[in-house]
Design a protein around this ligand. Structure first.
Ligand SMILES: Nc1ncnc2c1ncn2[C@@H]1O[C@H](COP(=O)(O)OP(=O)(O)OP(=O)(O)O)[C@@H](O)[C@H]1O
Length: 288
């Protein structure tokens, strides 16, 4: 894996969010005239290039919504999102699509075609860099088996190189999705609950590998996690989300903060409404 030489310049602000509110179309209020149920409320954040940030919070707190919003997969209802000095939602579709190619969103359940070989799926991490012809050719003749093997080896999955995706366990599928990330050249890595299907040993190894990869590439890593102790021990910055709002944004999470964050967890969630992913999210996922 190539490592870009370090620069002495102070890290630039990569993402800037100002009073951002996000509403999911499927989450319209059940009572006419009642307030909109917002997945994210007045989120303001500054994120510098190369930062490693964990996002924690109870189920339904808005972690995935935040990652999808940062990935320009979900248009905010109000507020401002600035990405490397540019406004994705004031740009043309083509410009926004080009911005999305500079980031990698690893969803909780990676969209891996069931009948595909692992090698083909992993190499799809390079789709944003490829022409249509290269992408189609990779479906029939995997373009770079050595790179796919190396990427899988990062997540102890190299022996599954030629396995079919539907023969993988849940945890193996999750790591296969992360191996794609190795092959992308993105400088913004947005990873949604990467450890949820892994045993404690693999979870720690996987997190270490993700963080090392991001450091080597000087990429920003933003990771949602339910493993609070891992977040606390391994991330220099932890953001606590509760009911769509930032409860804390800190380099030192105290027990009191955690008690407040998870107080009555389970009753804090807004009612979930099943809805199809919106068009922007579908577009973002196609990049991966
Ligand atoms: N597509 C959708 N349509 C409607 N409501 C949605 C949609 N996606 C999420 N929500 C709602 O937005 C809120 C935040 O959800 P989100 O998935 O961001 O939470 P989360 O913190 O990632 O949860 P978890 O830890 O369970 O994955 C929840 O109340 C959820 O029900």
């Amino acid at each position: 894996m190539s490592v870009t030489p370090a620069s002495n310049a102070a890290p630039a602000t990569q993402l800037s969010l100002h009073k951002l509110c996000v509403h999911h179309a499927g989450a319209a209020s059940s009572k006419p005239g009642a307030d909109l149920q917002l997945a994210l409320k007045n989120i303001s954040l500054q994120i510098k290039s190369g930062e490693q940030i964990a996002i924690i919070g109870p189920s339904g707190a808005g972690k995935t919504s935040l990652l999808h919003t940062l990935a320009c997969a979900h248009q905010p209802l109000s507020g401002e999102l600035i990405w490397n000095g540019r406004h994705p939602w004031q740009s043309t579709d083509t410009e926004r699509h080009a911005m999305r190619r500079q980031l990698f969103l690893a969803p909780q359940s990676p969209p891996l075609p069931a009948r595909q070989r692992v090698i083909t799926s992993v190499l799809a991490g390079r789709l944003p860099q490829w022409s249509l012809w290269q992408s189609l050719r990779n479906l029939f003749l995997p373009s770079d088996p050595v790179a796919a093997y190396d990427a899988l080896a990062h997540f102890h999955l190299q022996d599954k190189l030629y396995a079919r995706v539907d023969q993988l366990s849940g945890g193996e599928r999750q790591r296969c999705g992360l191996a794609r990330l190795c092959l992308s050249d993105a400088r913004l890595l947005l990873v949604d609950e990467p450890l949820s299907a892994l045993d404690p040993t693999l979870a720690l190894q996987t997190l270490n590998n993700l963080q090392q990869l991001a450091r080597q590439r000087q990429a920003t890593l933003i990771c949602s996690l339910h493993q609070v102790e891992l977040a606390r021990a391994h991330f220099p910055r932890v953001i606590g989300l509760r009911q769509g709002e930032i409860l804390f944004d800190t380099d030192h999470v105290t027990d009191t903060m955690l008690t407040d964050l998870y107080r009555n967890a389970g009753s804090t969630c807004m009612p979930a409404t099943a809805a199809a992913p919106d068009a922007a999210l579908a577009d973002t996922m196609r990049c991966f």
